[in-house]
Ligand binder design. Sequence first.
Ligand SMILES: Cc1cc2nc3c(=O)[nH]c(=O)nc-3n(C[C@H](O)[C@H](O)[C@H](O)COP(=O)(O)OP(=O)(O)OC[C@H]3O[C@@H](n4cnc5c(N)ncnc54)[C@H](O)[C@@H]3O)c2cc1C
Length: 379
Amino acid sequence: MKFDTVIIGGGLAGLVAGISLQREGRGTAIVSTGQNALHFFSGTFESLTEAPQRMTDLFGEAGIRLHYRPGVRLMPMGTFRESALSLEDVDLFPSPEFARKVLIVNFMGYHDFFSSFLAEGLEKQGMQCRIRLINLPEMDKLEQSPSEMRSVQIARTMDRIWEKVVQEVRVLLKDEDAVLLPQVFGLQDTAVPGRIRQGIPARVVFAGTLPPSVPGIRTQMLLKRRYEVLGGTYLMGDEALNAHVHEGVVHSIVTKNLDNHYLEADHFILASGGFFSKGLRSNPFNITEPVFGLDVEYNQDRNAWYDKAFSADQPYMQYGVKTDETLHGLSDGKPFKNLYAIGSILGGTRPELGSGAGLAVRSAFAAADVILSEAKNLE
Ligand SMILES: Cc1cc2nc3c(=O)[nH]c(=O)nc-3n(C[C@H](O)[C@H](O)[C@H](O)COP(=O)(O)OP(=O)(O)OC[C@H]3O[C@@H](n4cnc5c(N)ncnc54)[C@H](O)[C@@H]3O)c2cc1C
């Protein structure tokens, strides 16, 4: 199978690169093993304080709206963090002027939403909180198995019964200015959070739950759908194992499911994530990139990989593959001619690309641009 570009990894970076190339009429394939960091996404794009126009366009065409306003966000454990560019339904929460009294509502049997921690955090900010539980018969079936009582399963039910939730909250609401609900709405139907806001006569804030993240999974689903609508081939559940390389040019990759059918392409993008997604592997002696054997930036002294202070910035978080300025991956210090590395597999600090989801998006655009301009030069 021959493509213009083959992308390894279908997380945020791989999907943004794939959509960018498909939009320009390039035929691409994404091979992706499975779960990615979007499944844990807070909904906020670290290191982006505004969306570049092309990001607004790309996400908007996929049905994802973004916003940025300076302020703070309420985190799932009741702490606060500076906001960055966010998905539309991620709220900036609240200054004490914003709400004096808050009603926190959870669903009976749902343990991944920490109402008490949230109340404690808000009370430290001078707000008064009241916690109430709603008992919905539609959730009885889910409650029979604790593994079913997770955010995504609940969100599937909530897309159907959100009007009932609005009615129940209206009954519970007394003199509160704000209502805090778990972020388990709008998985399939993105209009649901807006309808809930309209139906409740107080400011409604959706607060993060423990993973999986409903806004993150929705973002992944919408980007993947957009990629496929544009004609991209998404090989879900397959894994790139190794590559055929000759004189610094990658010709094809071997995957687990395609046996002897190699994926050939003119360009390859490695978007396989960091340690979390197994884009990087470590053992007690070294850190490697398993598919192409790219050079990895890390400290040779194993004891320097981490800081014993749990909450400190951990050095290993900066480790990743080395590239040249145009993101070509390096092997023994020499750049591959047609292989680019993007997203959280990149090592070092790259101020021009930022960090977190900002890095994933910026580096994806940058690699797509290099591929498009190289292709143009050849035409
Ligand atoms: C748990 C977690 C939560 C985060 N939350 C945030 C947040 O809220 N905000 C923020 O700004 N940043 C966050 N980050 C930082 C995060 O790295 C970026 O936001 C971004 O989503 C990373 O995207 P990525 O595409 O580079 O990698 P990933 O999302 O890790 O995707 C890599 C994909 O490649 C696949 N893959 C790996 N190896 C292979 C192979 N050999 N063959 C085929 N597929 C392969 C993996 O299965 C995975 O699907 C978070 C990171 C983690 C780990």
